[in-house]
Design a protein around this ligand. Structure first.
Ligand SMILES: CC(C)(COP(=O)(O)OP(=O)(O)OC[C@H]1O[C@@H](n2cnc3c(N)ncnc32)[C@H](O)[C@@H]1OP(=O)(O)O)[C@@H](O)C(=O)NCCC(=O)NCCS
Length: 160
């Protein structure tokens, strides 16, 4: 358990932990509220949880899942990749995103990765600001990555 100051209440009790099957229904709801285009489906999350080489974590407030984050790993590649991160709109701007990101980075360091990378939609300005604020630097662009004229920006952060 940890405490963190939030905008609305001074101290908020939350837990960051590994995902479990009963979380997936809530995670799909957060996903659908967070991404208009190509949200991941229940079966995608199930596959990631059961079979992927990944860290799949959630943040829980009381008994409610309010955010999730996933990092993928490839054998013999020392750069981790943030695959997805989302916080329930009702719980944004309370540093849960920051907290998930810090935990993902700690886990990647534990796995001996020396960097972490991600792609983000070039029009997703709040996510871009979120990553920049957390020390990620833009290192490329992938044209039409999300479809025609829907480009992705690549970001990277070196890990200690
Ligand atoms: C990106 C995302 C995960 C960030 O989650 P979040 O929980 O809102 O993130 P944080 O609260 O840590 O930080 C967001 C903002 O809140 C501010 N904030 C955080 N805690 C605060 C506090 N206690 N008091 C005041 N402001 C605070 C931060 O400074 C930041 O503001 P800024 O972006 O204007 O600089 C979330 O917006 C989201 O789910 N977006 C939709 C999905 C998405 O786009 N994911 C990334 C795709 S790759």
């Amino acid at each position: 358990m940890a405490h963190f100051p939030s905008k609305e209440i001074q101290a908020e009790v939350f837990t960051i932990r590994k995902v479990k099957p009963s979380d997936l229904k809530n995670i799909v709801e957060i996903e659908n509220k967070s991404f208009n285009a190509y949200p991941l489906k229940y079966k995608n999350f199930w596959y990631l949880m059961k079979h992927a080489n990944c860290d799949f974590i959630v943040v829980e407030v009381g008994s409610r899942i309010v955010g999730y984050a996933i990092t993928l790993y490839k054998k013999n590649i020392s750069t981790a990749r943030i695959y997805s991160i989302a916080v329930d709109p009702d719980f944004r701007n309370r540093s849960f995103g920051d907290t998930l990101l810090v935990k993902l980075q700690d886990l990647a360091v534990y796995r001996k990765c020396n960097g972490i990378r991600l792609e983000v939609d070039s029009v997703n300005l709040s996510a871009i600001r979120f990553y920049e604020k957390n020390g990620f630097q833009r290192n490329g662009e992938m044209l039409h990555y999300y479809g025609h004229n829907k480009h992705a920006l690549r970001f990277f952060r070196k890990l200690p």
